[in-house]
Design a binder for this molecule. Structure first.
Ligand code: OAA
Ligand code: MG
Length: 235
């Protein structure tokens, strides 16, 4: 698969349209486009902490390691791990290409913490806005401290070597029952993750905003009746 063919104009427009939408609004916008069956990533994929992120999918896929681990001394193993990360797993793998990327990782169910506090911070510093994997994350205390927004299926203590290998970048991947294509819009918050196919993203945003607007007005009336101080969710 080649590089994503998306103009900067389209990218900026999609990011602008989705910036303030809640996952629930986007869900509604999909329903309003007869996409009831699609977009919602399985609810077992959860945020590490309460946060939100909106970005454009940058995908990569990993599969179980098909080789064997040679019998090595600990010092030889240090070298082997370097070789493994440079050639089999991380370095040829996930990346952030540009600001606004949502890093989407299909790790084929392998029990490793493919995302940790180091690699995710690196991609975050390069402009990635969020991370989702259908597998594990590790270094979770630091991920929370660093405020890197991550959604995952589980926490895993394990490193990659001997367990998982890189397969492909920029391909459609199955994340929690949704095929996420490079260029799809990803919205994630405390309610989980939803992916909007790029082809319908403008239409979906239109009706998502309709729902958000109605919801704000309705809750604002209740706030006022309660004499409750208004916050940014109702103004
Ligand atoms: O090294 C890894 O594969 C994942 C990790 O712990 C990190 O990036 O901090
Ligand atoms: Mg680490």
């Amino acid at each position: 698969m080649g590089k994503l063919n998306m103009s900067q104009d389209e990218r900026q427009e999609l990011l602008r349209l989705y910036k303030d939408l809640r996952v629930a609004d986007v869900r509604d916008g999909m329903d309003w486009n007869m996409m009831h069956h699609y977009g919602t990533v399985h609810h077992e994929i959860r945020p590490l902490y309460r946060t939100r992120a909106v970005g454009i999918a940058q995908t990569s896929r990993y599969v179980p390691y098909q080789g064997t681990v040679p019998k090595l001394s600990p010092d030889e193993y240090t070298e082997w791990v370097k070789w493994y990360y440079a050639n089999v797993t991380q370095n040829p793998g996930m990346k952030a290409s540009q600001p606004g990327d949502f890093v989407v990782v299909d790790q084929s169910g392998v029990d490793v913490g493919i995302l940790g506090s180091n690699n995710s911070l690196q991609y975050y510093s390069q402009g990635a806005v969020g991370f989702i994997t259908n597998g594990g994350v590790r270094d979770t205390d630091e991920l929370i401290l660093q405020e890197v927004p991550v959604w995952s299926k589980f926490i895993s203590q394990k490193m990659n070597q001997g367990r998982i290998q890189f397969d492909a970048n920029d391909v459609p991947v199955n994340i929690g029952g949704v095929v996420i294509h490079p260029g799809d819009v990803i919205v994630a918050d405390g309610d989980g993750v939803i992916a909007v196919p790029r082809q319908i993203a403008v239409e979906v945003a239109k009706y998502a905003h309709q729902e958000l607007k109605n919801d704000k007005a309705g809750r604002r009336r209740i706030y006022e009746a309660m004499n409750r101080e208004l916050d940014q969710t109702v103004i």
